[in-house]
Design a protein around this ligand. Structure first.
Ligand SMILES: Cc1cc2nc3c(=O)[nH]c(=O)nc-3n(C[C@H](O)[C@H](O)[C@H](O)COP(=O)(O)O)c2cc1C
Length: 421
């Protein structure tokens, strides 16, 4: 990793002492670290410690003689900014666009092409406060990387969320951004990936599901993350997870997945949704037990001595609603069509049906007979609209080709929009 310029901001939390380990690590690795501390942060760790660790004086005063343009110059100087620990006060201030000290003025001058990480540290109630949660969501929607918090015993004695994420994990997130090749020509994109199979409950111990392992979804997530993109994975509880650095939420049933997608797509800006989840076409509507109608329920276990008939209700197609759910009207949709032992004509018909109803931009079609994970075989046809783009034979080829096509399609959309405006 080549040396980078890290603007390291600290605010007033006991966790300031943990941030010293991070500063020390990056300095030892050859990065240039400039500390900016709030007045409150300096009550927890003295300026001499930061100066000793970085070999540079600490910036903390907006109006310091000879350094009055620091609020602009430091932004230009830095390759990346890390705000750690971030207090509730500062998180809320930044989200309001206030600039009443050096640290917040620097954020107002922030160049959004450069990565900005926020590692919150606060008491659970402060973290859960609607103002703080709203601010974190707002900042995230602006493209700021909000790191999760750890859970455990807090300095105030409470136990819960809000604890500063362990410095080793913060380092993993930031190191990943630092390692993103500067010469990369592809812009950083925000992806939402769904993966794994839904489970439709019959009773508390039985469900209707499918064979999806979620492996392809987690591989997509890991690869896109490794390429420096922002990735969120919405996966089935039993599906394969992605690397711990990818933000994940889980779902169980069709309705959980539908709800999770609506929530994420309506509140966050995603450039692309890769919809790999294997969604149940039916939900258990009711059962007939010895001829008597009974609702499915997760707090019971039906006896295996009874004659049971399952009555299924047809689900709508979630993929058809993705564009409607998305606050980004230009979101690019990658949809998947799995067939089983289908002829060419049947495959084409299935693809056209999917395209017509979902308005997917890219469709990946594969047939169960041509997928063999043991042999590394994963034949798929990739369509851009209704035009066959290419055939691929392996998973890695599939993932790389989809990313290339997504980047290209987004670029084309942007060019068209620019030409029209
Ligand atoms: C001992 C002590 C510990 C504190 N720890 C935290 C904390 O972990 N997180 C937080 O949001 N505020 C914490 N505060 C409150 C902040 O220091 C206070 O809101 C301050 O105004 C933050 O200013 P700043 O955001 O400009 O650094 C703490 C206060 C004290 C006295």
């Amino acid at each position: 990793m080549s040396p980078s310029k890290i603007l390291f901001k600290l605010t007033g939390s006991i966790a300031c002492y943990k941030a010293c380990n991070l500063i020390s690590k990056w300095v030892q690795e050859g990065h240039e670290v400039q500390v900016v501390a709030s007045q409150a942060a300096l009550k927890f760790v003295g300026a001499s410690t930061f100066e000793g660790l970085t070999g540079k004086p600490v910036f903390h005063d907006l109006y310091e003689d000879g350094k009055q343009m620091a609020h602009i110059n430091l932004v230009k100087w830095a390759d990346i900014t890390v705000l750690c620990p971030a207090t509730a006060n500062t998180v809320n201030k930044l989200a309001q666009g206030l600039g009443d000290d050096l640290l917040s003025s620097l954020f107002l001058a922030h160049d959004f092409k450069k990565p900005y990480f926020i590692a919150p540290a606060m008491n659970t109630a402060m973290y859960r406060h609607p103002a703080t949660q709203g601010s974190l969501q707002k900042l995230e929607a602006w493209g700021i990387n909000i790191l999760p918090t750890g859970e455990g015993r807090l300095a105030c004695g409470d136990v819960g969320e809000g604890k500063l994420l362990e410095p080793e994990l913060i380092a993993k997130y930031v190191d990943h951004a630092l390692a993103r090749p500067a010469e990369t020509s592809t812009p950083k994109l925000r992806f939402l990936i769904t993966s794994g199979g839904t489970e439709e409950p019959i009773d508390g111990v039985r469900s209707i599901s499918n064979f999806s392992s979620g492996r392809t979804g987690s591989e997509f997530a890991d690869y896109l993350y490794s390429q420096g993109h922002d990735v969120s994975l919405l996966r089935a509880e039993r599906a394969m997870p992605a690397t711990e650095l990818v933000a994940e939420t889980t779902f169980k049933s069709f309705h959980d997945l539908d709800h999770g997608l609506q929530e994420l797509l309506s509140t966050q800006h995603y450039d692309c949704v890769i919809h790999l989840a294997a969604v149940s076409d039916y939900t258990v509507d009711h059962l007939l037990i010895n001829g008597e109608k009974v609702d499915p329920g997760t707090d019971t276990k039906f006896s295996s001595d009874e004659d049971i008939t399952l009555n299924l209700a047809r689900n709508y197609k979630i993929v058809d609603r993705i564009h409607r759910y998305s606050k980004n009207a230009n979101v690019l949709l990658v949809a998947f069509k799995l067939t089983n032992n289908a002829t060419e004509v049947e495959r084409e018909k299935a693809i056209l049906h999917l395209l017509e109803h979902s308005l997917a931009d890219i469709v990946v079609q594969n047939d169960l007979t041509e997928v063999n994970p043991e042999k590394g075989q994963h034949r798929a046809a990739i369509y851009s609209g209704n035009r066959l783009d290419k055939h691929v034979d392996t998973k890695s080829d599939l993932i790389q080709s989809v990313l290339q096509l997504v980047s290209q399609s987004i670029q084309e959309k942007e060019n068209t929009d620019a030409a029209l405006s």
